[in-house]
Design a protein around this ligand. Structure first.
Ligand code: FAD
Ligand code: NAP
Length: 510
């Protein structure tokens, strides 16, 4: 609903157009792009029909507005009149109508909870839902629940702190063995100190205003096997602290990860390098007082304000090159995040991103995504199917498989592009295939020049059945697929036809 990633924009001539038979993708009419919506919402037109008034909406009132020409939707307690947005919704009017006259929060969260609807639908805000006078016994409204340890969730973590003359150490006891440096994200900004620990699909947050000043840099350590995290802060002045600080919003709360709002920190653009004619390697530096490592196979959101509206889009961090990580150990506390980003001249976000100057700041979210590194455990044959920038999640997976997966026998990448000029890191891929016998790469072009004598066409049963040869009949296989949504959907169907099971396939989506 509301604003799906661009792979759902099916311009007939667009590089991202949908194939027939794919997921419900609805071609938007002329003049109904996201940019057109931003223009309309800034035009001063009364989009709520309430002439700027905000009202309290009862459930009965909300239910009445359930038609295409009069459609209200509630998201997280706020009600929006989305009637004028209907034609601009990239997922189509019918998808939006599924929430008409009702609370669409769950539906919204399922499809694209990361979308900053508050900014997108600012001018459609009708008001808040009226709070019900009586709360059923034993239940609290969602917003008031801070410690939500559910039966399915992990046992509740806890924290403690201690100090020396110069240091303050915050200790988080996660009670989970498989905690690592990817599991903890720490940000110290202005007066807020925030440490979010990801435990399976849950988020445990420590959020305090520290009682005294600390220095910019701090260290994060993991005591493996006991699930203990230590954050060591350096005091600015050597004095005894009476308390750690005062609690801020959602301090000491355990929530399902999906219910924890996005958190952004300002990262600085350090460099921008041409990789192909339209794809660039961006390097962003995290603030000194942030600890964040993006786990393999996960993405982050970048945020830009475009003509007054905040827009976020997902991007998948890579390494600075395919090969460098094979020479040097990964730094435990990496301060730089690299992205391979294709610039679409007619796109909304990437031209703006491309206009950023070195030294400019971009807000970067915490990581998201459902790839689990455990999927690589004991894998013998790894097949990677990538189209265009769908190559980006494969970079870290390839690296991790070749370095950290002892069981691995073969990694094969089938990389689909239009032309030779579009192939990202072609020479690095060829070099790696030459140097490491376990790795093979196959390029497939949909619009090759007459000189091309490699594979051509689109993803197809013939290409896949030839490519997907197991090293032994019963080898443990993982297939990863990523590219334009219709490519991925078609690929998954073909893989099922070739008898690969659901557990053997991982597809990357937002
Ligand atoms: P858009 O405005 O979305 O436009 C893209 C294309 O669609 C253009 O050709 C445009 O002309 C056309 N178009 C736009 N609006 C319409 C319309 N209304 N009707 C028809 N056609 C239209 N990309 C990367 O480069 N690197 C990554 O690492 C990366 N990681 C991703 C990770 C995830 C999980 C996902 C879901 C996507 C990822 N993407 C990545 C894609 C990225 O999020 C953006 O979708 C992409 O950068 C395009 O953004 P844009 O706003 O510039 O283009
Ligand atoms: P592109 O250059 O437009 O396409 C790459 C190749 O895929 C081309 O050969 C193209 O063939 C082919 N292709 C496109 N649509 C197809 C379809 N429906 N069926 C079969 N083949 C198809 O790709 P791009 O512009 O780089 O776009 C990459 C996509 O990957 C974006 O949609 C982006 O959102 C997505 N992505 C997702 C993630 C994630 O984690 N989910 C990460 C990175 C990127 P044609 O010449 O016929 O177009």
């Amino acid at each position: 609903m509301l604003n799906v990633p661009s792979q759902s924009f099916p311009a007939p001539s667009s590089q991202q157009r949908a194939a027939s038979g794919g997921r419900s993708k609805v071609p938007l009419k002329q003049g109904r792009s996201l940019m057109d919506w931003i223009r309309l919402s800034k035009s001063g037109k009364d989009l709520t029909g309430l002439k700027g008034r905000l009202i309290e909406v009862t459930e009965e009132e909300l239910k009445k507005h359930n038609k295409k020409d009069d459609c209200w939707i509630c998201i997280r307690g706020f009600v929006y009149n989305v009637t004028s947005y209907m034609e601009f919704h990239p997922g189509g009017e019918d998808e939006l109508m599924r929430a008409a006259g009702s609370d669409g929060t769950d539906l919204f969260d399922q499809v694209h909870r990361w979308v900053n609807y508050e900014s997108m639908l600012k001018e459609c805000l009708v008001g808040r839902m009226a709070v019900k006078p009586a709360i059923p016994k034993g239940l609290l409204p969602r917003s008031q629940v801070t410690d939500t340890t559910t039966k399915e969730g992990p046992s509740s973590p806890s924290y403690d702190w201690f100090q020396t003359d110069s240091l303050v150490t915050i200790v988080i006891y996660t009670k989970q063995k498989d905690i690592n440096l990817d599991s903890i994200i720490v940000d110290h900004q202005n007066d807020s100190f925030r440490a979010e620990t990801i435990i399976k699909d849950y988020s445990y947050l420590i959020h305090v205003g520290l009682s005294h000043e600390i220095q910019e840099d701090f260290s994060v350590r993991i005591v493996e096997n006991v699930g203990k995290i230590e954050i060591v802060l350096k005091k600015r002045e050597n004095m005894s602290w009476k308390c750690l600080g005062h609690p801020l919003e959602k301090h000491n709360s355990l929530l399902p990860k999906k219910d924890r709002g996005s958190y952004y920190r300002q990262c600085q653009l350090i460099s921008k390098e041409d990789i192909t004619h339209d794809t660039k390697l961006f390097c962003l530096m995290l603030p000194p007082s942030t600890h964040l490592q993006v786990p393999i196979g996960q993405h982050v959101y970048l945020k830009l304000t475009i003509t007054g509206t905040e827009i976020v889009k997902p991007y998948t961090p890579v390494f600075d090159s395919l090969l460098s990580e094979f020479k040097e150990p990964v730094l435990p506390n990496n301060k730089y995040i690299y992205f391979l980003i294709k610039i679409y001249p007619a796109g909304l976000f990437t031209p703006e991103l491309d206009h950023l100057q070195i030294g400019d700041f971009v807000p970067v979210s915490s990581p998201e995504g459902n790839f689990k590194i455990s999927k690589l455990q004991e894998v013998e044959d790894l097949f990677l199917l990538a189209a265009g920038t769908g190559f980006t999640p494969m970079v870290k997976i390839l690296n991790c498989a070749l370095i950290n997966t002892p069981s691995l026998r073969k990694v094969k990448l089938m990389f689909f592009n239009k032309t030779e000029d579009d192939i990202i890191w072609r020479s690095q891929l060829e070099k790696l295939a030459f140097e490491d016998k376990r790795f093979d790469v196959e390029f497939v072009l949909s619009a090759p020049s007459s000189e091309w004598n490699g594979k051509q066409g689109h993803i197809s049963p013939a290409l896949l059945s030839e490519f997907l040869k197991r090293s032994s009949e019963k080898s443990k296989v993982l297939l990863c697929i990523c590219g334009p949504m219709p490519f991925t959907e078609q690929g998954i169907r073909l893989l099922h036809d070739l008898n690969f099971s659901k557990d053997e396939i991982h597809s990357f989506t937002a």
